[in-house]
Design a protein. Sequence first.
Length: 314
Amino acid sequence: MKIATALLLVAISASAHAELLAPKGAKGQLKVEYVFVSSGGYTSAAKDVITKWRARRVVDITAQYTADAPMAVGTLHASDTSAVQARTKSAAKKLEPMAMDMMAMAAKCGVTMEGSGEVTKAQEACLEKGVSDYGNNMEMTPDIKAAGADIAAASQAMKSTRYQLWQNTAQSGTYLVDEEHHRQVFELTCTAAKTCKRSDIRKGGGPIPTPPGAESSAGFSLLEVDAVSKDVVIVLPVPLAPLTYTQTVTTNIPDETSSTKQSIAPLMFGGEMQRITVSIPGNAAKLSGTKTIPVKGDGAEGGTLTVNWQFTRL
């Protein structure tokens, strides 16, 4: 009964492990929505300037991925090799007496570490006979058996399939910029009766452009599944080219001029904002989540960035 239970637990563990990993070449899709919002206003200490703003920037990206073969060592995860190192060190310690015997045998055959490294045929024959005799007369001690188990365990750990990297092969998306910035001043000839105001309207959107001269729409996004810790590290996809909008300024403030021009939207992601780590509740066939990030900045550059994402194996 105990054996059957143990075998069942191993089978369940292997099945769960397999559900988190996909065959090499499997396809996946990640949809990401970035929504940045900011609103507010203030009056200067001297009460001579009133500023108000409302900003909303949205980026939607759909990215395609291909799975690499599962590996023993992670790329995005900090791989834990302590167990392998401990096993290797343990085996080396247990085999120290044998190593000393081998060095003595080599010296007896005239081969030393200080030599040129070249071995004559006579020395080679001497070593072969010595190794053969040593093996025939060697006693299988508990230390040697334990060292063999350590080596086998370390080897198996290095052959394990714990991590799987998914690489971005293509991406596309859309964006939207919708902002209003207003300023009213009270100075010189500008009074409550004769208002002096500046209105800055920023509008833009459409397909996210591809970088000029780019051979592929693939970005630098990656995903990596850890089948043991049951989590995934995602380097989120971001636009690969500047996002432009039309800025229309209307003003009657003295020394200011109304204008219309093309401008570039500020970056609202990158660095740690672009990288997330989440637990995998079941299998890795479909995962989703939301992350809310406070963004520091003056005026409309400070606000809240909400990231909604969904990964699906195709």
